[in-house]
Write a protein of this length. Structure first.
Length: 598
């Protein structure tokens, strides 16, 4: 399995050992099993990897050494790097550095965080599911407590701000209806351009769109996008707004927060609520510690809470939030606090345990999972992955990773699919775990995969990867486009072997969004002469050819292509796309969100 030389930032899962390991109690390290032999992956199905890449690594023409399984004790393999993902400046604290959000990082090709140019030097993965998506920058600079950014544009030039500008294509048709119905404060004609002017036969139409709100010149975050039966809800800088899914008219009055939004729950609760975190102030010492529950359908605000500071070096400058049933887990840099999402009451804390094991991140969904960084700087330095009881925090099982392997992401939760990396070996591993934490399978496909992953400050963002989909039996990963179209590869979660693959129907890259009704829904990015498209791919049978569900209009391709980082979703036959980063450029009519349909 070769990690692609220009792979976008990814989280990682250390190479698991065959023996299973269950916890003997809260945080109990897993006893080392007998030494095992290296696992040999299946015959590579992709291009031959360059020297030093791929996992597991076998002796070969490049002189590679055996992978993490070879002569390594422990039921798994991983340890926190003394630095963050490959070169992050050292952060104080017992378990070393954490990945920096937007910090420039020295990287070897293919490392998590490495830039990923696509065809025509554009980002090949222009779509992201309806989740919070960290800005996966090519060249980025973000000052903790501030918002200073520099990014590269289409031609690779530095310091070019990402801007989704209006098209220079045909002027609005005076007889056509306004596409932007406004914010409810006026007649909706503040920006009366008709994005459907010149629409060709067979193309979808822009049902409605929204202009981006004012933002500081240095830019601002616009995290998340949530679609309910009634509303499409979007966060941007200091406000949360909701639009009717059919016509884009305001569903409820926008919620203005006193300070900028700094985090949101990626998913909504079963009754369509989310939690928004905003800063405690505007100074450099402000913290991301103010929580607010919001009903997405009504705009009604619920409980509020404050996330208390942790111990020394346990920062709340940046937090991550995840939902597991009725439990909201808030992650600091070295601990976590669980709240009842219904009442806002504090439930329990997850703190240091065992031999200097510090919680470093959480993942939620059907279950609740914690990764901990243990023994930083010592001979027993390693990562541990645990499943927790969401209601009590009690540990159900512990999986220990070998030293050198870092748990970066969870691609899927039910079942658990873990991605890990090894800095020294310049290798990666994708493993599926059983219900007891045992190793079910490991991906044995030698390919340049290219999941889109964001960044995180201090706390690891275990669920920060997009362009990945899965169901109970299969993992769907996009390949990196080198020349021509890329592919989506379906991998068995039972064996780790390739089941099938399908090529993008266009020159632009195709990325998976979700599995729906037994079919994989994917997004093909726009090009200069065509809009993006939503396609359906049969997951069973002998044919897996993409069938176009929605072809976006060419006249809006420049806007669709202009989002540097974005959230996307496909719900009830409509395609939604929004930016997750505002440029702050007052001279451009920057778009916040668009909805497409037939």
């Amino acid at each position: 399995m070769a990690q692609p030389p220009d792979q976008s930032p990814q989280g990682g899962f250390g190479a698991p050992q065959d023996p299973s390991a269950s916890s003997g109690g809260f945080g109990a390290p897993t006893p080392p099993p007998p030494q095992g032999q290296p696992q040999t992956p299946s015959t590579p199905t992709g291009p031959t990897p360059p020297p030093g890449y791929g996992y597991p690594q076998q002796p070969g023409p490049y002189g590679q050494q055996p992978g993490p399984y070879g002569q390594q004790p422990g039921p798994y393999a991983s340890g926190p790097y003394a630095s963050g993902p490959y070169g992050q400046p050292q952060q104080p604290g017992p378990y070393g550095q954490q990945p920096g959000y937007g910090y420039p990082q020295p990287q070897y090709p293919g490392a998590p965080g490495a830039p990923q140019p696509g065809p025509g030097s554009r980002n090949p993965f222009k779509g992201k599911p309806a989740m919070i998506i960290g800005a996966a920058v090519v060249t980025a600079l973000l000052v903790v407590g501030g918002t200073v950014w520099a990014v590269s544009g289409d031609d690779g030039k530095q310091d070019k701000k990402p801007v989704a500008q209006q098209s220079d294509d045909p002027q609005p048709d005076p007889s056509g209806p306004p596409v932007d119905p406004g914010d409810g404060s006026g007649d909706g004609d503040s920006d009366p351009e008709d994005l459907n002017a010149g629409r060709q036969s067979g193309e979808s139409k822009v049902l409605w769109y929204k202009e981006a709100p004012d933002a500081p010149g240095s830019g601002a975050e616009a995290p998340g996008m949530w679609i309910t039966d009634k509303a499409a809800v979007k966060a941007a800088y200091k406000e949360l707004s909701a639009y009717n899914v059919a016509d884009g008219k305001p569903t409820w009055e926008p919620i203005a927060f006193p300070e900028k939004i700094c985090a949101t729950t990626r998913e909504k609760t079963s009754d369509d609520k989310i939690v928004v975190a905003y800063m405690s102030g505007s100074s450099d010492r402000a913290k991301c510690n103010q929580l607010q529950l919001v009903d997405l359908d009504t705009g009604e605000k619920g409980w509020t809470q404050k996330v208390e500071d942790g111990a020394l070096f346990d920062s709340v400058t940046s937090i991550k939030m995840t939902l597991s049933g009725e439990t909201l887990m808030v992650s600091r840099s070295q601990s976590g606090t669980a709240f009842d999402v219904t009442s806002g009451d504090k439930m329990y804390d997850k703190k240091k345990y065992g031999e200097a094991c510090f919680p470093a991140g959480f993942a939620g969904g059907e279950g609740l999972f914690q990764v901990a960084s243990c023994g930083a700087g010592g001979n027993n330095e390693h990562d541990e992955l645990q499943e927790l009881d969401p209601k009590t925090g009690k540990v159900k099982w512990t999986r220990t990773f070998e030293k050198g392997w870092r748990v970066e992401r969870t691609y899927f939760i039910d079942p658990v699919v873990v991605y890990s990396t090894n800095k020294d070996k310049k290798a990666w591993n994708i493993s599926t775990l059983g219900a007891d934490g045992s190793i079910r399978s490991q991906v044995a496909v030698d390919e340049d995969f290219a999941a889109e992953c964001g960044w995180a400050i201090f706390a690891r963002d275990l669920q920060g990867c997009e362009a990945v989909a899965a169901d109970a039996d299969t993992l769907y990963l996009p390949t990196k486009a080198t020349t021509g179209a890329n592919e989506i590869v379906a991998i068995s979660l039972a064996t780790g072997k390739e089941k099938w693959r399908v090529k993008s129907p266009a020159a632009d890259s195709m990325v998976p969004m979700k599995v729906e009704g037994g079919k994989l829904i994917a997004y093909v990015g726009p090009s200069y002469d065509a809009g993006g498209r939503v396609v359906s791919i049969p997951t069973t049978g002998s044919s897996h050819e993409p069938v176009t569900l929605l072809q976006n209009p060419q006249g809006v391709a420049r806007i669709e292509n202009g989002f540097f980082s974005k959230a996307i979703d496909w719900v009830d036959g409509r395609f939604y796309i929004s930016t997750t980063r505002l440029s702050g450029n007052d001279e451009a009519k920057e778009k916040l969100m668009l909805a497409y349909g037939k």
